[in-house]
Design a protein around this ligand. Sequence first.
Ligand SMILES: Cc1cc2nc3c(=O)[nH]c(=O)nc-3n(C[C@H](O)[C@H](O)[C@H](O)COP(=O)(O)OP(=O)(O)OC[C@H]3O[C@@H](n4cnc5c(N)ncnc54)[C@H](O)[C@@H]3O)c2cc1C
Length: 396
Amino acid sequence: MGSTLAQLLAAAPLHIALIEARSGVPEPVRVGECSSVGDFSARTAALSPASGALLKQIGAWQLLPPSEICAYEQMQVWDADGTGSIGFEAAELSMDGDPLGWIVEHNRLEWALAQRCAKQSSLHILHGSPLCALERSGRHSSDDEAMRLELEDGSHLSARLVIAADGGRSVARRLMGIDSAVWDCQQRAIVAVVETENSHRHTAWQRFTEDGPLALLPLAGGDGHFSSVVWSVDSAVVQHLLDLDDSAFSAALALGCERCLGAVRTVGKRFSFALSQHHARDYARPGFALIGDAVRTVHPLAGQGLNLGLLDAAVLAEELLRWQRLGGTMGEIEPLLRYQRRRREHNLAMLGAMAGLQQLFSARHPLLRLVRNEGLRWVDQAPRLKRFFARRAMGV
Ligand SMILES: Cc1cc2nc3c(=O)[nH]c(=O)nc-3n(C[C@H](O)[C@H](O)[C@H](O)COP(=O)(O)OP(=O)(O)OC[C@H]3O[C@@H](n4cnc5c(N)ncnc54)[C@H](O)[C@@H]3O)c2cc1C
């Protein structure tokens, strides 16, 4: 997220340093050379059309050739415990020729962003040493006000403005003493890449089971037979699924998604993550702002975390550039508070929607089952409402 924001600000007369804890981003295997599920990374992201447009604007999209990303034209969502379902098609949502979104491996996207950053002579890139101390100093005149940063290798920097994009467990947020409201989702996500008997047909599939949502997201390559799995399951059952051998896990997965793509033939390495949502109480302080997962993390059931973070970057860049055109100084609180105001409502709505959906679909009460099945059917048959929800989710 930090590299996206740096790109958006790169043309302005600013000195920007990009600090990244890891040392460099390895180049991913080209999709054309990926012959097995093991060649793909298990961490993928569903990019919305709004995210695609932003990545085009900064030239990162152009480094992701069509053969490296998978457009999805349809989405099928259904309830394991009833007959309610809802389907979305790009054609019926007036997407101006765009698909509903694209599935891309996270490391492929990171690599494209890193390439773009490396080409910007105005960016000073510091890799391999995490931020470990941060404070605001010099309170006497605004000229002296600066953020002081220290990296683990002992180097020191100072800046008028620090923007933290250091993920859900943001060290910078903690160092600035900004609290976050946290909700444990009581679930873990199992992620893996699988090869299926039938082609994914450029469709994203999601089945809500009693234990949590199971998504199969289409990947490029493998002649349409590779998909990325995000299976969110209650913490109590996750270990059982992780302990299964590959063939038993494949069988459980095929059963879990009602064999929507036939048998699961091979499964790559499985990883699991604890799922929680959090929302920072403040997005900004004088000389400091948060973006991306550092502001909030959302349950992955709607694949929105990265999309929300890219919107944070776009809005913050817009406010900072506007402030600079008005003659303001970086680090002043006004544009940062405007950014917070513009993003908070959207973030809270998304957090609320994810928590609500998770609860609704894990409810075992017969009345709630009836309500959610009828609700799915009702929205599916109400084209305007469906179009409204879908376009909002896609940031259109
Ligand atoms: C299972 C799962 C599936 C998901 N699927 C989707 C999806 O389909 N679509 C979607 O939009 N989102 C999805 N997400 C969410 C998405 O992955 C995140 O929202 C997104 O990666 C957040 O990006 P970020 O840059 O804010 O944070 P991160 O990706 O966490 O990046 C933080 C960066 O900061 C660096 N860093 C950390 N600490 C320091 C430090 N002290 N000093 C310097 N650097 C530091 C890290 O090295 C890293 O590069 C999913 C999440 C999960 C868990």
